[in-house]
Write a protein that binds this ligand. Structure first.
Ligand code: NAD
Length: 736
């Protein structure tokens, strides 16, 4: 049965059965209708919550308000507005989507909610969405169902349809109304990437009609509503011709669809069903009847939401939510507020860290030993900002302001007032200790001292200071502006306050932190160690670099292991592999050819030659270096075996990390691998993947590899125990 004005009460009663008793009274408090003269104002202010979300109760409440508006003939136009400071509508309620994922999804029940927006759209009077703040998913779909959209010009305004990032598609009309409004090409771009637009960019593509300063948003929307009340002009879908050029030529639409599909396949290797289904949905429905289109969309949504890929992506969403609420420590310890920071070492990492801090409004003092090194750091920071300006994500004056927040020095002047210092000098324990000793004398007794070391012991570095409690690891990944992960490393003596400060500040600058204990390689590099070693062993057995990379890309890694080695640099990889070997013994022994390649001066992409030859952004295999490495004649190794060897060694190492209690939760390993290495998100992370394969399967495969290829595959105690107990990393009971 459809949701209509006639059966509304009955439908509410049916829905009520599935929700908490007070869900509807909360919805009544959250969505209200007020009359300002002849204008009806629907205000959204989710009761006792920070964010407005479109739950089923809220959707039904909206329907109820639309019914009231329909009956009140004194209302001649409507404005929909949020009362939250930085959120219009954050999207649908993900917990409801999860319920759908558990198989409670029916296309019919989704279509009932679609009918709410269709009803809003069909009101005989004009409706304006006045948007300020995050307008995501369902929020954008609501706005699309309005006749007009006015957005604020504030940086908080971000309009998007990000459902694809959860492995689904917009299910409340987004795939239907967006293309009608902005044309096919722009819609595909928005729906397939989930990217967000600020008010001005949204206006440029015709997604919003007007952009105004946030202070005047309501006033201007009401004034516009008055005008519309006079003219009674409902919207018409009029995509400007320039946005319809390609689709309007014969066969143009199919070219757009084919190009989109090619692009998706190239980026996802077919691992994600949602983008392909989005293209198919638009292919089937674009230019057709809205009602039929909505049905196709609802069916696609309910099919996608139960896929394992969507469940994994929703799982990652929840991991991120958990990080958002986390303070990095147990109890109520609050981190210090960081207003002024210092960075020691203005190299690749130091320059990137200074840029990041300055971009987020922190004043940064960057120290190196020589002025030309400081200048390099400046240049590196400027280059990152300039790219943002080029992409129109930043204004030139904002660039100038941000660069002004970075000050250079070759001594510790100005360091006495800093709240946080991050050391990022060369990877030498001796030099780092010297710097920490100096810092101990130059900064105030309150300053938190962090190191960006990728392999040295935090506790050891901390010994150089009088107050090791304030020393903590803050391990960024390269390139700092792009890589989301920060490992926050707790040394033996590190205080909760230091951990909390760095954890919370990492979040403030937009990163995803995990807290790990101090052990060689921490989490991510330690897990990558055996993976990269194994890649070189496979290479020596005759698996070509290109094949191995493509197998692992198909598996879901953003780049294959050989490309990763060349990106990291053979010199750096060699150094880290030796640290790990020394710490963990035989199982981490690196193939000696890594050193050989590095010694040849083939350092990877940065020197134009590594295992591959690099030029003009392209890579090419080089038989010369493969011969020198002693690569054997091609041996038959299946794709499946390549994947097993490369991934099971990672699982084995991750199991040891869990066993040693180095992370606070197994999910931290998945966060680390996804946000630090790009490990296949659609698989939910390394340990979700391991759970899916099953520890018992992995153990038996490792046993075989152990016998045939060597002890590096010996399954660790923890993994064996999981296998014996029939348990999984996430401690879910074994499915029977
Ligand atoms: N490059 C990476 O991929 C990466 C990733 C994560 C962590 N790290 C870690 O970050 C740190 C820096 O690495 P990088 O790649 O930026 O190195 P880099 O060689 O690019 O920069 C090091 C900088 O430190 C400066 N320096 C040396 N001694 C100094 C001193 N006494 N005082 C002030 N400055 C001094 C050098 O002049 C140079 O500018 C290392 O600990 C490294 O392990 C590197």
């Amino acid at each position: 049965m459809e949701l209509t004005r006639e059966n509304f009460k009955q439908e509410v009663a049916t829905f009520k059965a599935g929700f908490k008793e007070d869900a509807f009274s909360i919805a009544e408090k959250s969505l209200t209708l007020e009359k300002k003269g002849n204008i009806g104002v629907i205000s959204f202010d989710q009761y006792q919550e920070k964010a407005n979300k479109l739950s089923t109760p809220n959707m039904l409440r909206l329907f109820e308000l639309c019914l009231q508006i329909e009956q009140d003939k004194s209302i001649e136009a409507v404005v929909v507005i949020s009362r939250k400071p930085t959120i219009f509508i954050a999207g649908a309620d993900i917990s409801e989507i999860q319920r759908l994922a558990r198989g409670e999804a029916t296309t019919e029940s989704l279509m009932k909610l679609q009918a709410v927006f269709t009803f809003l759209e069909s009101l005989s009077i004009p409706v304006i969405a006045a948007i300020h703040g995050a307008c995501m998913g369902g929020g954008t779909e609501l706005a699309l169902a309005c006749d007009y959209r006015m957005a604020s010009d504030g940086p908080e305004t971000k309009i998007a349809l990000p459902e694809v990032l959860l492995g689904v598609l917009p299910g409340w009309g987004g795939t239907q109304r967006m293309p009608r409004l902005v044309g096919l090409e722009k819609s595909l771009d928005l729906i397939l990437t989930g990217k967000s637009l600020d008010g001005k960019r949204a206006k440029k593509i015709g997604l919003v009609d007007k952009v105004v300063p946030v202070e005047f948003l309501e006033e201007k929307a009401l004034a516009w509503a008055q005008d519309l009340a006079r003219t009674k002009k409902k919207r018409s879908y009029e995509t400007p011709l320039k946005d319809r050029l390609l689709e309007s030529v014969p066969g143009g639409k199919w070219v757009i669809f084919d190009q989109a599909k090619k692009q998706v396949m190239k980026q996802t290797k077919g691992n994600y069903p949602a983008p392909l289904r989005i293209i198919e949905t638009l292919r089937k429905t674009y230019g057709g009847d809205l009602e039929k289109g909505l049905k196709v969309e609802a069916k696609a949504f309910t099919d996608l939401v139960v896929t394992p890929e969507s469940q994994c992506l929703i799982g990652i969403f929840y991991l991120q939510e958990k990080v958002k609420k986390d303070k990095g420590v147990e109890g109520k310890i609050a981190g210090k507020d960081i207003k002024r920071a210092g960075v020691v070492g203005a190299g690749v990492m130091g320059g990137g860290i200074a840029q990041l801090f300055a971009a987020k409004g922190t004043r940064v003092r960057m120290k190196d030993i020589q002025w030309d090194a400081v200048a390099k750091g400046y240049k590196a920071a400027h280059k990152i900002f300039q790219k943002l300006v080029d992409k129109k994500r930043m204004k030139p004056n904002e660039l100038a302001n941000a660069m002004e927040r970075i000050e250079g020095s070759v001594d510790y002047s100005g360091f006495s007032h800093l709240d946080l210092v991050v050391e990022a000098v060369v990877e030498s324990l001796e030099i780092k200790k010297k710097i920490f000793q100096e810092l101990g004398e130059k900064v105030s007794s309150e300053t938190i001292l962090a190191t960006n070391t990728s392999s040295l012991s935090i506790s050891e570095i901390a010994k150089a200071t009088k107050d090791p409690k304030r020393v903590v690891g803050m391990h960024f990944f390269n390139p700092v502006d792009k890589m989301p992960l920060v490992e926050v490393i707790r040394g033996r003596e590190t205080s909760d306050e230091a951990v909390a400060t760095v954890f919370q500040y990492a979040k403030k600058v937009g990163k995803t932190p995990i807290v790990v204990k101090d052990a060689p390689g921490f989490v991510v590099n330690r897990i990558l160690g055996p993976y990269l070693n194994e890649a070189v062993y496979l290479l020596l057995e005759g698996v070509s670099p290109t094949r191995m990379d493509s197998v692992m890309e198909k598996f879901g890694m953003p780049m294959g292991p050989i490309t990763l080695l060349d990106e990291v640099g053979l010199d750096v990889a060699s150094k880290v592999s030796h640290v790990l070997h020394q710490a963990f013994g035989e199982r981490m022994k690196p193939p000696s050819v890594i050193d050989l390649v590095a010694k040849e001066g083939r350092l990877g992409k940065k020197s134009g030659k590594g295992i591959y030859l690099h030029s003009n952004g392209k890579r090419e295999e080089d038989s010369d270096i493969l011969n020198k490495m002693g690569v054997k004649a091609v041996k038959e190794i299946s794709d499946d075996e390549i994947i097993k060897r490369l991934t099971y060694v990672m699982v084995n190492e991750a199991a040891r990390i869990v066993d040693e209690g180095l992370v606070r939760d197994v999910s931290d390993i998945d966060i680390g691998m996804i946000f630090g290495t790009g490990f296949a998100p659609f698989r939910g992370g390394l340990l979700r993947y391991a759970d899916k394969v099953g520890p018992e399967v992995i153990v038996s495969e490792l046993d075989i590899l152990n016998k045939t290829l060597g002890e590096r595959f010996q399954p660790c105690q923890y993994l064996q125990q999981l296998s014996i107990d029939g348990k999984k990393f996430y401690q879910e009971a074994k499915a029977t």
